[in-house]
Design a binder for this molecule. Structure first.
Ligand SMILES: *[C@@H]1O[C@H](CO)[C@@H](O)[C@H](O)[C@H]1NC(C)=O
Ligand SMILES: *[C@@H]1O[C@H](CO)[C@@H](O)[C@H](O)[C@H]1NC(C)=O
Ligand SMILES: *[C@@H]1O[C@H](CO)[C@@H](O)[C@H](O)[C@H]1NC(C)=O
Ligand SMILES: *[C@@H]1O[C@H](CO)[C@@H](O)[C@H](O)[C@H]1NC(C)=O
Ligand SMILES: *[C@@H]1O[C@H](CO)[C@@H](O)[C@H](O)[C@H]1NC(C)=O
Length: 378
């Protein structure tokens, strides 16, 4: 055991050595997912006694993690890495010097160096750490004729694009707004004025972030783009107060979908099982495998926008169906007919009372009752 303790001057010597080796080999790139744990790989030819340092290569190299004399040496560790690093203790003697970094932040991006010194010599390997916070959700909201698309918690800087189907020119697009949070994650949003001339146009908003993935090992299933497509459809319920509204077709093998009312309340949620909201139990007659929803016993309170949401790997399809209950028929039966009946009754009463008054034979009681009736009916 020749190197029991290492003092500062020895530490400096090691640092200088490590700088000399910096450019001797190409960097390995590791893509770490934001807030997840990540392994920075490093291996060396182990010996009974060794020194291991992990640095972040900056102008003044930052101490990330050190190990010698058979234990972690965290006296020089930078604040940013406190409680977030560890080595694989059981594998270190077999030459595995990989570093486990937990709760990855955007600030962790950079070039790291693994330095080992053994009786066989010194070795450095450089690792380029890239942080990735994929686009997880894109949401679309509509207010009047303005559609707004937004997404957040993304890194690196995303881009947003609009498209329509069938294609049309979209000069009414707003400037896209990009903001960065304290955690350096990006939020993006953009609005579009929807034209009334093409009511059947579908609008798609795509948010993507570019991550150059040289080393795919750490993120096989990460998406880097999501799209939301909004389709509009009209529907008027039939006279028996039933309606069948259909969800857009999807190629996805995943057969789940959600129906919402007026952009909020969930009516039906079909994921693994089918869930129908308590408030809608009377109205939901049937839900088909393909996503169609048959509603019954509809009244004017059920008039509004029904949205079917269905997602596949990259895209969320939203079909907005405006369901109009047939109010004219309702007015005829429940409002117009009683109103006419009341008018006719009043008219007849008026005639009778008028005649009586003309004859001047009616008692004052009768006249009083006529006045009261007229007041009540009018
Ligand atoms: C080191 O050990 C960890 C944990 O078992 C493993 O994931 C990693 O692949 C190993 N690295 C090397 C270089 O052997
Ligand atoms: C590190 O963890 C210990 C114990 O789990 C805790 O007391 C300490 O406050 C933590 N330090 C930081 C900087 O988070
Ligand atoms: C939907 O309704 C609007 C106005 O109410 C109408 O202009 C449009 O043609 C209708 N679209 C379809 C597909 O029925
Ligand atoms: C579904 O798949 C077919 C062919 O497999 C393709 O032509 C069509 O564009 C796909 N539709 C969607 C919505 O992805
Ligand atoms: C739909 O149901 C699934 C599983 O039952 C649940 O995880 C999901 O959050 C539900 N979605 C909504 C919008 O309620």
């Amino acid at each position: 055991m020749s190197m029991k303790r290492i003092n500062s001057s020895q530490f400096l010597v090691i640092l200088m050595f490590s700088c000399m080796f910096t450019d001797s080999r190409g960097d390995t790139e590791v893509v770490c997912v934001f807030m997840k744990s990540c392994i920075l790989p490093c291996s060396f030819q182990s010996s009974s006694d060794f020194i291991l340092h992990w640095f972040l290569l900056t102008t003044r190299d930052t101490h990330v993690h050190s190990y010698y004399s058979n234990q972690d040496q965290l006296g020089h560790q930078d604040q940013n890495y406190r409680n977030r690093t560890s080595l694989f203790k059981d594998q270190i003697s077999r030459g595995n010097a990989s570093l486990l970094l937990r709760g990855v932040k955007v600030q962790d991006e950079g070039r790291y160096q693994c330095f080992t010194s053994t009786i066989h010599g010194m070795k450095t390997s450089d690792i380029s750490l890239k942080v990735y916070a994929p686009v997880s959700e894109v949401s679309i909201s509509q207010e009047g004729n303005r559609i707004t698309c937004s997404s957040e918690g993304i890194y690196p800087e995303p881009e947003l694009t609009w498209s329509t189907s069938p294609p049309s020119n979209m000069e009414l697009q707003d400037r896209t707004r990009v903001q960065q949070t304290e955690e350096q994650l990006y939020s993006i949003s953009s609005s579009l004025m929807v034209s009334d001339r093409d009511p059947d146009l579908s609008y798609s908003c795509t948010v993507r972030t570019q991550r150059n993935q040289r080393n795919q090992r750490n993120q096989r299933n990460q998406r880097n783009q999501r799209r939301v497509t909004v389709r509009k459809q009209n529907s008027t319920i039939s006279s028996d107060r039933q309606a069948t509204i259909s969800c857009s077709a999807s190629n996805s093998s995943d057969r789940s979908f959600i129906w919402r009312f007026n952009h909020g309340q969930v009516i039906v949620n079909r994921s693994r099982a089918l869930t129908v909201a308590e408030e809608w139990k009377h109205q939901v007659k049937e839900v088909s495998d393909s996503g169609s929803l048959t509603l019954q016993d509809l009244s004017s309170q059920h008039e509004g926008v029904y949205t079917c949401e269905r997602s596949d790997e990259e895209e969320t399809f939203m079909t907005n169906i405006f369901l109009r209950t047939e109010d004219e028929r309702g007015i005829l039966v429940w409002v117009v007919v009683p109103a006419w009946a009341a008018l006719v009754a009043v008219f007849i009463m008026f005639l009778r009372c008028g005649k009586k008054r003309a004859r001047q034979k009616g008692s004052s009681e009768e006249r009083e009752s006529c006045k009261t009736k007229q007041r009540v009916n009018l």
